[in-house]
Write a protein that binds this ligand. Sequence first.
Ligand code: 5GP
Length: 190
Amino acid sequence: MFAVPELKILLSHEQIAKRVAEMGAEISRDFAGQPIILLGVLKGAAIFLSDLARQVQLDLNFDFIGVSSYGTSLGPDAQLKKNAGWDSTGEVHLTKDVDQSLAGKNVILVEDILDTGLTLNYLRRRLLAHGPKTLRIAALLDKPSRRKHALEADYLGFSIPDEFVVGYGLDYAERYRNLPDICVLPSTPC
Ligand code: 5GP
């Protein structure tokens, strides 16, 4: 493992692995005997999904959906502004749709972080139109203090304070996704 001295570890890879295994066991119990689809939100949830999928003891397949929201498409400053609550446009756009029919399926939407709830609220409404048998949400992280849209994860890894985090799939301007731990980005990023 390499060290990035500017970053403070909030959740270590050991803590994450333990919690992801618990979430996988919970999903395996809830859907015992039934097939499920894990639907990851690109790109942030890719690493979480790949670890979670290997902790689920069920007939499973996975797919990805892509979204961009005002802020992330405007570069790093806008992303930090979004996190600070300065983005209030409430616009989410689909950049990649699912590759399969979800009708009659057990679908678990897998997201890196539930923040204002805008993204998952949009995706939930859109996916319900497919007519899945069940639609649940698995989020690794939650910042409940920032919620603007009433929405809770059915499977949640960790509640965290209102800080900008990177690592384990989460980026700042596309950097840091490969960090094994989840770290707090200092206010003046390197
Ligand atoms: P929401 O739509 O719930 O406001 O935001 C969800 C998305 O915002 C996440 O999927 C993620 O892309 C981004 N986001 C929110 N908080 C953070 C954070 O602390 N770090 C990073 N890297 N992205 C975040």
